[in-house]
Design a protein around this ligand. Structure first.
Ligand code: AMP
Length: 429
Protein backbone atom coordinates (compact mmCIF):
# COMPACT_ATOMS: atom_id res chain seq x y z
CA UNK A 1 0.00 0.00 0.00
CA UNK A 2 0.99 3.60 -0.57
CA UNK A 3 0.49 5.74 2.51
CA UNK A 4 0.46 9.52 2.90
CA UNK A 5 0.96 10.93 6.40
CA UNK A 6 0.05 14.59 6.88
CA UNK A 7 1.96 16.73 9.39
CA UNK A 8 5.48 17.57 10.51
CA UNK A 9 5.79 16.97 14.25
CA UNK A 10 6.93 14.28 16.64
CA UNK A 11 3.52 12.65 16.46
CA UNK A 12 3.84 12.32 12.69
CA UNK A 13 7.34 10.86 13.02
CA UNK A 14 5.91 8.28 15.44
CA UNK A 15 3.12 7.54 12.95
CA UNK A 16 5.58 7.08 10.07
CA UNK A 17 7.90 4.95 12.25
CA UNK A 18 5.04 2.68 13.31
CA UNK A 19 3.39 2.47 9.88
CA UNK A 20 6.78 1.54 8.37
CA UNK A 21 6.69 -1.65 10.49
CA UNK A 22 3.45 -2.82 8.83
CA UNK A 23 3.58 -5.74 6.43
CA UNK A 24 0.93 -3.95 4.35
CA UNK A 25 3.10 -0.97 3.48
CA UNK A 26 5.14 -0.46 0.30
CA UNK A 27 5.83 3.26 0.35
CA UNK A 28 5.25 6.15 2.76
CA UNK A 29 5.02 9.82 1.83
CA UNK A 30 4.81 12.59 4.38
CA UNK A 31 3.62 16.16 3.81
CA UNK A 32 5.55 18.17 4.76
CA UNK A 33 7.51 15.94 7.21
CA UNK A 34 10.75 16.83 9.01
CA UNK A 35 14.45 15.92 9.23
CA UNK A 36 13.81 12.58 10.94
CA UNK A 37 10.79 11.59 8.90
CA UNK A 38 12.80 12.13 5.70
CA UNK A 39 14.92 9.12 6.69
CA UNK A 40 11.87 6.82 6.60
CA UNK A 41 9.46 8.44 4.17
CA UNK A 42 9.57 10.62 1.09
CA UNK A 43 8.82 14.13 2.28
CA UNK A 44 6.61 16.22 0.03
CA UNK A 45 6.74 20.00 0.17
CA UNK A 46 3.02 20.58 0.78
CA UNK A 47 1.72 22.21 3.95
CA UNK A 48 -0.64 20.23 6.18
CA UNK A 49 -3.42 22.82 5.66
CA UNK A 50 -3.14 22.97 1.86
CA UNK A 51 -6.02 20.62 1.14
CA UNK A 52 -6.29 21.21 -2.65
CA UNK A 53 -2.60 20.37 -3.18
CA UNK A 54 -2.79 17.34 -0.86
CA UNK A 55 -5.83 16.11 -2.75
CA UNK A 56 -4.07 16.52 -6.11
CA UNK A 57 -1.06 14.65 -4.80
CA UNK A 58 -3.11 11.78 -3.35
CA UNK A 59 -5.05 11.39 -6.61
CA UNK A 60 -1.95 11.52 -8.79
CA UNK A 61 0.01 9.06 -6.65
CA UNK A 62 -3.02 6.81 -6.08
CA UNK A 63 -2.52 6.86 -2.32
CA UNK A 64 -4.26 3.91 -0.65
CA UNK A 65 -4.62 5.53 2.77
CA UNK A 66 -3.99 9.07 3.99
CA UNK A 67 -3.41 9.51 7.71
CA UNK A 68 -4.01 12.99 9.14
CA UNK A 69 -1.81 13.99 12.09
CA UNK A 70 -2.81 17.52 13.20
CA UNK A 71 -6.23 19.00 13.94
CA UNK A 72 -6.23 21.97 11.54
CA UNK A 73 -6.84 20.03 8.29
CA UNK A 74 -9.46 17.87 10.03
CA UNK A 75 -11.29 21.00 11.21
CA UNK A 76 -11.07 22.39 7.65
CA UNK A 77 -12.77 19.27 6.28
CA UNK A 78 -9.95 17.34 4.61
CA UNK A 79 -11.72 14.03 5.29
CA UNK A 80 -14.91 15.20 3.58
CA UNK A 81 -12.90 16.45 0.57
CA UNK A 82 -10.92 13.23 0.16
CA UNK A 83 -14.04 11.12 0.65
CA UNK A 84 -15.76 13.02 -2.19
CA UNK A 85 -13.08 11.57 -4.46
CA UNK A 86 -13.39 8.11 -2.88
CA UNK A 87 -9.91 8.42 -1.41
CA UNK A 88 -9.48 6.52 1.86
CA UNK A 89 -8.47 8.78 4.71
CA UNK A 90 -8.07 8.13 8.43
CA UNK A 91 -9.48 10.91 10.59
CA UNK A 92 -12.70 12.58 11.64
CA UNK A 93 -14.91 14.46 9.20
CA UNK A 94 -15.56 18.18 9.55
CA UNK A 95 -18.73 17.84 11.64
CA UNK A 96 -17.09 15.36 14.01
CA UNK A 97 -13.96 17.52 14.26
CA UNK A 98 -16.07 20.22 15.95
CA UNK A 99 -15.48 18.22 19.10
CA UNK A 100 -12.04 19.83 19.05
CA UNK A 101 -12.55 22.91 16.86
CA UNK A 102 -15.42 24.24 19.00
CA UNK A 103 -15.29 23.88 22.76
CA UNK A 104 -18.86 25.23 22.83
CA UNK A 105 -19.98 22.32 20.62
CA UNK A 106 -18.10 19.85 22.84
CA UNK A 107 -19.49 21.22 26.10
CA UNK A 108 -23.07 21.31 24.79
CA UNK A 109 -22.76 17.73 23.54
CA UNK A 110 -21.38 16.64 26.93
CA UNK A 111 -24.21 18.39 28.78
CA UNK A 112 -26.83 16.79 26.53
CA UNK A 113 -25.47 13.25 26.80
CA UNK A 114 -24.44 13.34 30.49
CA UNK A 115 -20.70 13.14 29.89
CA UNK A 116 -19.04 14.26 33.15
CA UNK A 117 -17.23 17.59 32.76
CA UNK A 118 -16.74 20.85 34.70
CA UNK A 119 -19.90 23.01 35.11
CA UNK A 120 -19.78 25.84 32.59
CA UNK A 121 -21.46 28.83 31.01
CA UNK A 122 -21.06 30.13 27.45
CA UNK A 123 -20.79 33.84 26.58
CA UNK A 124 -20.73 35.78 23.31
CA UNK A 125 -20.58 39.12 25.13
CA UNK A 126 -17.46 40.14 27.07
CA UNK A 127 -19.29 42.39 29.59
CA UNK A 128 -21.61 39.59 30.56
CA UNK A 129 -18.68 37.19 30.86
CA UNK A 130 -16.88 39.62 33.20
CA UNK A 131 -20.00 40.19 35.30
CA UNK A 132 -20.38 36.44 35.67
CA UNK A 133 -16.75 36.12 36.78
CA UNK A 134 -17.24 38.84 39.43
CA UNK A 135 -20.29 37.07 40.85
CA UNK A 136 -18.90 33.58 40.62
CA UNK A 137 -15.39 34.27 41.96
CA UNK A 138 -12.18 32.38 41.28
CA UNK A 139 -10.42 30.07 40.61
CA UNK A 140 -12.15 29.62 37.27
CA UNK A 141 -11.11 28.61 33.79
CA UNK A 142 -11.59 30.82 30.73
CA UNK A 143 -11.56 29.03 27.36
CA UNK A 144 -11.70 30.42 23.85
CA UNK A 145 -14.26 28.52 21.79
CA UNK A 146 -12.14 27.75 18.73
CA UNK A 147 -8.69 26.37 17.93
CA UNK A 148 -5.86 28.36 19.53
CA UNK A 149 -2.84 26.03 19.24
CA UNK A 150 -3.28 24.86 22.81
CA UNK A 151 -3.06 28.41 24.17
CA UNK A 152 -6.76 29.23 24.47
CA UNK A 153 -7.21 28.00 28.05
CA UNK A 154 -6.46 30.22 31.03
CA UNK A 155 -6.71 28.80 34.52
CA UNK A 156 -7.29 32.03 36.48
CA UNK A 157 -6.55 32.35 40.17
CA UNK A 158 -7.78 35.95 40.55
CA UNK A 159 -10.77 37.86 39.20
CA UNK A 160 -8.44 40.33 37.45
CA UNK A 161 -6.64 37.50 35.70
CA UNK A 162 -9.92 35.94 34.53
CA UNK A 163 -11.27 39.28 33.29
CA UNK A 164 -7.99 40.01 31.51
CA UNK A 165 -8.31 36.63 29.77
CA UNK A 166 -11.79 37.63 28.55
CA UNK A 167 -10.41 40.98 27.31
CA UNK A 168 -7.56 39.30 25.42
CA UNK A 169 -9.73 36.60 23.87
CA UNK A 170 -12.98 38.47 23.12
CA UNK A 171 -11.94 42.11 22.70
CA UNK A 172 -8.31 42.05 21.58
CA UNK A 173 -9.03 38.86 19.61
CA UNK A 174 -5.60 37.36 20.21
CA UNK A 175 -6.89 34.09 18.73
CA UNK A 176 -8.98 35.78 16.01
CA UNK A 177 -12.49 34.40 15.49
CA UNK A 178 -11.70 31.52 17.86
CA UNK A 179 -12.51 34.08 20.56
CA UNK A 180 -16.01 35.06 19.38
CA UNK A 181 -17.34 33.01 22.27
CA UNK A 182 -15.80 32.01 25.58
CA UNK A 183 -16.59 29.33 28.08
CA UNK A 184 -16.14 30.00 31.76
CA UNK A 185 -15.98 26.82 33.75
CA UNK A 186 -15.28 25.51 37.22
CA UNK A 187 -11.69 24.77 38.06
CA UNK A 188 -11.17 21.05 38.60
CA UNK A 189 -8.56 19.50 40.84
CA UNK A 190 -6.86 16.15 40.50
CA UNK A 191 -4.45 14.22 38.31
CA UNK A 192 -4.70 14.41 34.54
CA UNK A 193 -4.61 11.49 32.13
CA UNK A 194 -5.21 11.01 28.43
CA UNK A 195 -7.41 8.26 27.04
CA UNK A 196 -7.12 7.81 23.30
CA UNK A 197 -9.30 5.41 21.30
CA UNK A 198 -9.78 4.35 17.71
CA UNK A 199 -13.41 4.28 16.64
CA UNK A 200 -15.59 3.69 13.60
CA UNK A 201 -18.77 4.99 15.31
CA UNK A 202 -19.86 1.42 16.04
CA UNK A 203 -16.91 0.00 17.94
CA UNK A 204 -14.16 1.41 20.09
CA UNK A 205 -10.61 0.12 20.49
CA UNK A 206 -8.76 1.92 23.28
CA UNK A 207 -5.04 2.58 23.18
CA UNK A 208 -3.07 2.34 26.39
CA UNK A 209 -3.42 5.27 28.83
CA UNK A 210 -0.85 8.06 29.00
CA UNK A 211 -0.08 11.33 30.69
CA UNK A 212 1.56 14.40 29.24
CA UNK A 213 3.39 17.36 30.81
CA UNK A 214 2.10 20.67 29.49
CA UNK A 215 4.11 23.20 31.50
CA UNK A 216 7.57 24.26 30.41
CA UNK A 217 9.41 23.80 33.74
CA UNK A 218 9.84 21.01 36.28
CA UNK A 219 7.10 20.46 38.86
CA UNK A 220 4.51 21.78 36.40
CA UNK A 221 5.54 25.41 36.62
CA UNK A 222 5.86 28.14 33.98
CA UNK A 223 3.74 28.70 30.88
CA UNK A 224 1.88 26.01 28.95
CA UNK A 225 3.54 24.43 25.92
CA UNK A 226 2.51 21.97 23.23
CA UNK A 227 3.78 19.26 25.63
CA UNK A 228 7.23 18.69 27.14
CA UNK A 229 7.02 14.94 27.65
CA UNK A 230 4.75 11.99 28.28
CA UNK A 231 4.66 8.49 29.63
CA UNK A 232 2.53 5.42 29.13
CA UNK A 233 0.78 3.67 30.80
CA UNK A 234 -0.50 6.15 33.41
CA UNK A 235 -0.68 4.13 36.65
CA UNK A 236 -3.27 6.59 38.01
CA UNK A 237 -5.74 5.05 35.54
CA UNK A 238 -6.57 1.74 37.24
CA UNK A 239 -8.43 -0.89 35.19
CA UNK A 240 -11.66 0.07 37.02
CA UNK A 241 -11.16 3.75 36.27
CA UNK A 242 -10.32 2.95 32.64
CA UNK A 243 -13.64 1.11 32.33
CA UNK A 244 -15.50 3.99 34.00
CA UNK A 245 -13.93 6.47 31.53
CA UNK A 246 -14.87 4.27 28.59
CA UNK A 247 -18.46 3.92 29.84
CA UNK A 248 -19.14 7.48 30.96
CA UNK A 249 -17.01 9.45 28.54
CA UNK A 250 -16.08 7.58 25.39
CA UNK A 251 -19.21 5.51 24.68
CA UNK A 252 -21.61 8.29 25.75
CA UNK A 253 -19.82 10.79 23.50
CA UNK A 254 -19.74 8.54 20.45
CA UNK A 255 -23.35 7.46 20.98
CA UNK A 256 -24.29 11.12 21.38
CA UNK A 257 -22.59 12.02 18.11
CA UNK A 258 -24.36 9.15 16.34
CA UNK A 259 -27.71 10.40 17.73
CA UNK A 260 -26.84 13.84 16.34
CA UNK A 261 -26.35 12.21 12.94
CA UNK A 262 -22.56 12.55 12.99
CA UNK A 263 -20.41 9.69 11.75
CA UNK A 264 -17.23 9.53 13.83
CA UNK A 265 -14.30 7.61 12.41
CA UNK A 266 -10.71 8.02 13.47
CA UNK A 267 -9.20 8.98 16.80
CA UNK A 268 -11.02 10.27 19.85
CA UNK A 269 -8.78 11.70 22.55
CA UNK A 270 -10.23 12.58 25.93
CA UNK A 271 -8.17 14.73 28.30
CA UNK A 272 -9.43 13.71 31.73
CA UNK A 273 -9.11 15.19 35.20
CA UNK A 274 -9.43 12.48 37.81
CA UNK A 275 -11.27 14.37 40.56
CA UNK A 276 -12.49 13.11 43.92
CA UNK A 277 -15.95 12.91 42.29
CA UNK A 278 -14.65 10.72 39.48
CA UNK A 279 -13.27 11.36 35.99
CA UNK A 280 -14.28 14.58 34.22
CA UNK A 281 -13.48 15.69 30.68
CA UNK A 282 -11.14 18.67 30.29
CA UNK A 283 -11.08 18.58 26.52
CA UNK A 284 -11.59 16.44 23.48
CA UNK A 285 -9.17 16.16 20.59
CA UNK A 286 -9.91 14.44 17.32
CA UNK A 287 -6.33 13.31 16.63
CA UNK A 288 -3.50 11.51 18.37
CA UNK A 289 -1.86 13.49 21.18
CA UNK A 290 1.59 14.98 20.80
CA UNK A 291 3.77 13.85 22.65
CA UNK A 292 1.49 11.10 24.10
CA UNK A 293 1.64 9.24 20.78
CA UNK A 294 5.43 9.02 21.00
CA UNK A 295 5.10 7.27 24.38
CA UNK A 296 2.27 4.97 23.27
CA UNK A 297 3.31 3.60 19.86
CA UNK A 298 6.60 2.00 20.99
CA UNK A 299 4.44 -0.16 23.31
CA UNK A 300 1.98 -1.17 20.58
CA UNK A 301 2.82 -4.65 19.28
CA UNK A 302 -0.04 -4.85 16.74
CA UNK A 303 -0.08 -3.44 13.23
CA UNK A 304 -1.25 0.18 13.55
CA UNK A 305 -1.90 0.53 9.82
CA UNK A 306 -4.27 -2.46 9.91
CA UNK A 307 -6.15 -0.87 12.84
CA UNK A 308 -6.41 2.54 11.14
CA UNK A 309 -7.66 0.88 7.96
CA UNK A 310 -10.25 -1.05 9.96
CA UNK A 311 -11.49 2.18 11.59
CA UNK A 312 -11.70 3.90 8.19
CA UNK A 313 -13.59 0.98 6.63
CA UNK A 314 -15.94 0.49 9.64
CA UNK A 315 -14.41 -2.92 10.32
CA UNK A 316 -13.23 -2.48 13.88
CA UNK A 317 -15.58 -5.26 15.07
CA UNK A 318 -13.56 -7.70 12.96
CA UNK A 319 -10.34 -6.52 14.58
CA UNK A 320 -11.93 -6.77 18.03
CA UNK A 321 -13.09 -10.33 17.30
CA UNK A 322 -9.58 -11.29 16.35
CA UNK A 323 -8.26 -10.08 19.72
CA UNK A 324 -7.94 -6.28 19.35
CA UNK A 325 -4.59 -4.63 19.95
CA UNK A 326 -1.75 -6.19 21.91
CA UNK A 327 0.64 -4.25 24.09
CA UNK A 328 4.17 -4.46 25.39
CA UNK A 329 3.83 -4.44 29.20
CA UNK A 330 6.90 -2.26 29.60
CA UNK A 331 6.65 1.44 30.42
CA UNK A 332 7.58 4.12 27.92
CA UNK A 333 8.79 7.66 28.54
CA UNK A 334 9.20 10.49 26.03
CA UNK A 335 11.28 13.55 26.92
CA UNK A 336 10.93 16.57 24.64
CA UNK A 337 14.09 18.57 23.89
CA UNK A 338 13.17 22.15 23.06
CA UNK A 339 14.89 25.17 21.50
CA UNK A 340 16.26 27.91 23.75
CA UNK A 341 13.46 30.39 24.45
CA UNK A 342 10.57 28.02 23.70
CA UNK A 343 7.58 28.43 24.32
CA UNK A 344 8.48 32.06 23.63
CA UNK A 345 10.67 33.15 20.72
CA UNK A 346 13.53 30.91 19.68
CA UNK A 347 16.17 30.66 16.98
CA UNK A 348 16.26 27.94 14.34
CA UNK A 349 19.10 26.32 12.38
CA UNK A 350 21.22 25.02 15.29
CA UNK A 351 23.10 21.84 14.41
CA UNK A 352 22.03 18.81 16.48
CA UNK A 353 24.79 16.49 17.73
CA UNK A 354 24.68 12.98 19.16
CA UNK A 355 21.62 11.67 17.34
CA UNK A 356 23.33 8.58 15.95
CA UNK A 357 24.83 7.72 19.32
CA UNK A 358 21.47 7.98 21.09
CA UNK A 359 19.72 5.96 18.39
CA UNK A 360 22.25 3.11 18.87
CA UNK A 361 21.02 2.57 22.43
CA UNK A 362 18.74 -0.44 22.99
CA UNK A 363 15.03 0.37 23.34
CA UNK A 364 15.56 4.04 22.50
CA UNK A 365 13.89 5.87 19.61
CA UNK A 366 14.51 9.53 18.87
CA UNK A 367 11.43 11.05 17.26
CA UNK A 368 12.02 14.30 15.41
CA UNK A 369 9.66 17.27 15.63
CA UNK A 370 11.13 20.67 14.68
CA UNK A 371 14.13 19.43 12.69
CA UNK A 372 15.37 19.79 9.13
CA UNK A 373 17.93 17.81 7.15
CA UNK A 374 20.53 19.96 5.38
CA UNK A 375 21.79 18.08 2.36
CA UNK A 376 23.85 20.78 0.71
CA UNK A 377 26.86 20.40 2.99
CA UNK A 378 29.43 17.60 2.43
CA UNK A 379 28.10 15.71 5.42
CA UNK A 380 24.29 15.93 5.61
CA UNK A 381 23.35 17.37 8.96
CA UNK A 382 20.25 17.79 11.05
CA UNK A 383 19.43 21.25 12.38
CA UNK A 384 16.69 22.64 14.60
CA UNK A 385 13.64 24.01 12.83
CA UNK A 386 11.00 24.50 15.53
CA UNK A 387 10.27 24.98 19.23
CA UNK A 388 9.90 21.36 20.20
CA UNK A 389 12.82 19.71 18.46
CA UNK A 390 13.06 16.05 19.50
CA UNK A 391 11.12 13.47 21.51
CA UNK A 392 13.64 11.10 23.02
CA UNK A 393 11.75 7.95 23.87
CA UNK A 394 12.72 4.89 25.89
CA UNK A 395 11.20 1.62 27.11
CA UNK A 396 11.91 0.03 30.48
CA UNK A 397 10.59 -2.90 32.51
CA UNK A 398 9.58 -0.37 35.15
CA UNK A 399 8.78 3.30 34.72
CA UNK A 400 11.90 4.06 36.73
CA UNK A 401 14.05 2.10 34.29
CA UNK A 402 12.35 3.81 31.33
CA UNK A 403 13.03 7.23 32.88
CA UNK A 404 16.70 6.45 33.57
CA UNK A 405 17.33 5.02 30.12
CA UNK A 406 15.60 7.89 28.36
CA UNK A 407 17.57 10.54 30.24
CA UNK A 408 20.82 8.66 29.46
CA UNK A 409 19.90 8.99 25.78
CA UNK A 410 18.96 12.67 26.18
CA UNK A 411 22.41 13.34 27.65
CA UNK A 412 24.06 12.11 24.44
CA UNK A 413 22.23 14.77 22.42
CA UNK A 414 23.05 18.45 22.29
CA UNK A 415 22.36 21.63 20.37
CA UNK A 416 22.84 25.28 21.26
CA UNK A 417 20.12 26.39 23.68
CA UNK A 418 18.64 22.90 24.17
CA UNK A 419 16.48 22.56 27.26
CA UNK A 420 14.19 19.87 28.63
CA UNK A 421 12.29 18.96 31.76
CA UNK A 422 14.09 16.67 34.18
CA UNK A 423 11.00 15.27 35.87
CA UNK A 424 9.13 13.52 33.05
CA UNK A 425 7.44 10.41 34.44
CA UNK A 426 8.19 11.29 38.05
CA UNK A 427 4.47 11.47 38.88
CA UNK A 428 4.12 7.82 37.95
CA UNK A 429 6.71 6.68 40.46
P1 AMP B 1 -7.56 21.97 27.47
O1 AMP B 1 -6.92 22.49 26.20
O2 AMP B 1 -9.02 22.27 27.59
O3 AMP B 1 -7.18 20.57 27.81
O4 AMP B 1 -6.82 22.75 28.64
C1 AMP B 1 -5.42 22.75 28.76
C2 AMP B 1 -5.05 22.50 30.18
O5 AMP B 1 -5.71 23.44 31.04
C3 AMP B 1 -5.50 21.13 30.70
O6 AMP B 1 -4.58 20.14 30.37
C4 AMP B 1 -5.60 21.39 32.18
O7 AMP B 1 -4.32 21.32 32.79
C5 AMP B 1 -6.09 22.82 32.25
N1 AMP B 1 -7.56 22.86 32.40
C6 AMP B 1 -8.50 22.89 31.41
N2 AMP B 1 -9.74 22.92 31.92
C7 AMP B 1 -9.60 22.90 33.27
C8 AMP B 1 -10.52 22.89 34.36
N3 AMP B 1 -11.83 22.95 34.18
N4 AMP B 1 -10.00 22.86 35.60
C9 AMP B 1 -8.67 22.84 35.81
N5 AMP B 1 -7.75 22.83 34.84
C10 AMP B 1 -8.21 22.87 33.57
Amino acid sequence: MKILVIGSGGREHALVWKIAQSKLVDKIFCAPGNGGISQQAECIDIKAEDIPKLLDFARKEKIDLTVVGPEAPLAQGIVDEFSNYKLKIFGSNKKAAQLESSKVFAKQLMAKYRVPTADFKIFDNSDEAKKYIENKGTPCVVKADGLAQGKGVIVAKTIDEAKQAVTSIMQEKIFGDSGNKVIIEDCLEGQEASIIVLTDSKEVIPLSSSQDHKRIFDNDTGPNTGGMGAYSPAPVVSPELFKEILDKVIYRTIDGLVKEGIDYRGVLYAGIMITKDGPKVLEFNVRFGDPETQAIFPRLKSDLLEAMLAATETKLSKLLNSGGLSWDNRACVCVVCASGGYPGEYEKGKEIFGLAEAAKMKDIVVFHAGTKELRNSKQPKIVTNGGRVLGVTGLGVTIKEAINKTYQAVEKISFEGMHYRRDIGKKAL
